[in-house]
Design a protein around this ligand. Structure first.
Ligand SMILES: NC(=O)c1ccc[n+]([C@@H]2O[C@H](COP(=O)([O-])OP(=O)(O)OC[C@H]3O[C@@H](n4cnc5c(N)ncnc54)[C@H](O)[C@@H]3O)[C@@H](O)[C@H]2O)c1
Length: 332
C-alpha cells in the first residue's frame, strides 16, 4: 500500500486532500496540532497523530514509525495580516516546522514532497496573469516564509535528491461534494465563507474593503480555485516527482471581483447580502489572477469546478448543513 504523510490534514485544504487520497487507494497518516484544524475534519480511514511540527524529535520519530512514499505538507500559519503584526513568529514557525519535516524526510529516505505555497509569493505584480515568469517578491512575512521553504526544498533536491512540488495556490474555496468536509476557520478571513455567513444572517453585513480600485466595478479581483481541484493537483504531481522538482501556480485563470462574489452568493442562496463599503486594506493588490498554463501543459491538470456559482454552491451546501462549522470553535 502506498502510504503518505499529510501534515495539516485536519485543516481546510489538507482534509479535502486526505479524502481524495483515500478515494484513490492511498494509506494516509495525518500529523496536526489542531491549532487551526479540527479533529472531526480528518476523514475516517486516515490515521491521526497529534503532533506539533516544532517538535523536531517528534517529527523524526514519526518518520521512523512509518515508511512514507511521500509527504504532503499543508501545515502552516497562514494569515497575511497576522504575519504583518507578528513577522518573526511567521518567519520562524513556518520555516522551522517545514525544515523539521524536510530534514526528517531526507533522513528517512523519502523521495517526494508536495508543499502548499501561495500567490502571496508575488506581492503586487504589475502584469496579469501571474505566470511562471513572474518575479518573486513576497507581499508579507507570510509569503516570505513560504519562499524560504521553497528555497530549502531547492537545496534538499540538490544536496539530497528530495524531489518537491511547490504549489502556489490562489484563493482556495468550495467544499467536498459529498458535504462531509468544509471550511471552518477562527477567525474566518476568506471572502466566500464570510459572505455566506452574511447571507445566512450570522453576520450583520459584509464589509467591502475599498471600491475605488482600477477594476471594472472598483472592488478587488481574485482567482478562486476549488479545494477538490487543488487536491487533484497534489495527487497528479506525485508522478512527476519521480524524476524532477516542479513549481506550479494554481488558479482557474478567471478573476472575480468582491461584488461579483456577493452577487453570486445571492444567486446561489436566494438571500440578500447586506454590504457596507469601508476603506482599502493596506497591501491589497487590485487584481490577482493565476496562469496555470505550466501545470495544464505538463500534467494535463485543469479545474473541474470552473464556475464561481459551482464553487459557491458546494461551500453553501456545507455551510447551510453545518452552521456552527465543525462545532469545536468559539460561538459565532
Ligand atoms: N486557504 C487558502 O486560500 C490558501 C491559499 C494559499 C496557500 N494556502 C496554504 O495552504 C495550506 C493550508 O491552508 P488552509 O487554508 O487549509 O489552512 P488551515 O489553517 O485550515 O490548515 C492548516 C493546518 O495545519 C495545522 N498546523 C498549523 N501549524 C501546525 C504545527 N506547528 N504543527 C502541526 N500542525 C499545524 C493546523 O492545525 C491546521 O489543521 C497552508 O500552508 C496555507 O499557507 C492556503
Amino acid at each position: 500500500m502506498r502510504t503518505v504523510l499529510v501534515t495539516g490534514g485536519a485543516g481546510f485544504v489538507g482534509s479535502h486532500c486526505v479524502a481524495s487520497l483515500l478515494e484513490r487507494g492511498f494509506a494516509v497518516v495525518v500529523a496536526d496540532n489542531l491549532s487551526t484544524g479540527h479533529r472531526a475534519a480528518v476523514p475516517a480511514g486516515a490515521a491521526f497523530v497529534h503532533l506539533d511540527l516544532n517538535d523536531r524529535a517528534g517529527v523524526a520519530a514519526l518518520f521512523q514509525r512509518h515508511r512514507f512514499e511521500a509527504v504532503l505538507h499543508f501545515a502552516a500559519k497562514s494569515l497575511v495580516g497576522e504575519s504583518m503584526q507578528n513577522p518573526f513568529l511567521y518567519l520562524r514557525e513556518n520555516y522551522v516546522t517545514s525544515l523539521n519535516v524536510i530534514e526528517a524526510a531526507v533522513a528517512a529516505g523519502v523521495r517526494k514532497m508536495v508543499v502548499s505555497s501561495t500567490a502571496n509569493l508575488f506581492g503586487t505584480p504589475e502584469r496579469m496573469p501571474i505566470d511562471a515568469e513572474t518575479a518573486i517578491d513576497p507581499g508579507s512575512p507570510y509569503g516570505e516564509s513560504k519562499y524560504l521553504v521553497e528555497r530549502a526544498l531547492l537545496w534538499a533536491d540538490r544536496c539530497a535528491g528530495l524531489k518537491s512540488a511547490c504549489l502556489r495556490y490562489f484563493n482556495a474555496a468550495g467544499c467536498h461534494p459529498d458535504g462531509l468536509l468544509g471550511e471552518d476557520h477562527h477567525p474566518e478571513t476568506h471572502l466566500i465563507p464570510l459572505v455566506l455567513d452574511a447571507a445566512a444572517g450570522r453576520r450583520s453585513h459584509i464589509e467591502v474593503y475599498g471600491d475605488d480600485y482600477p477594476t471594472p466595478d472598483g472592488t478587488c479581483v481574485r482567482d478562486y480555485i476549488h479545494v477538490m481541484d487543488l487536491a487533484d493537483a497534489h495527487i497528479r504531481v506525485l508522478d512527476a516527482l519521480e524524476t524532477r522538482s516542479v513549481r506550479y501556480n494554481l488558479g482557474t485563470g478567471t478573476g472575480y471581483s468582491v461584488r461579483e462574489v456577493i452577487a453570486a452568493v445571492e444567486r446561489v442562496t436566494g438571500k440578500t447580502v447586506p454590504v457596507k463599503v469601508g476603506p482599502r486594506r493596506p497591501g491589497d493588490p487590485a487584481i490577482l489572477v493565476a496562469s496555470s498554463d505550466r501545470i495544464r501543459e505538463e500534467l494535463g491538470w485543469s479545474p473541474r469546478f470552473d464556475t464561481l456559482d459551482g464553487i459557491i454552491a458546494s461551500a453553501w451546501a456545507w455551510r447551510a448543513a453545518h452552521p456552527d462549522g465543525y462545532g469545536d470553535g468559539p460561538a459565532r
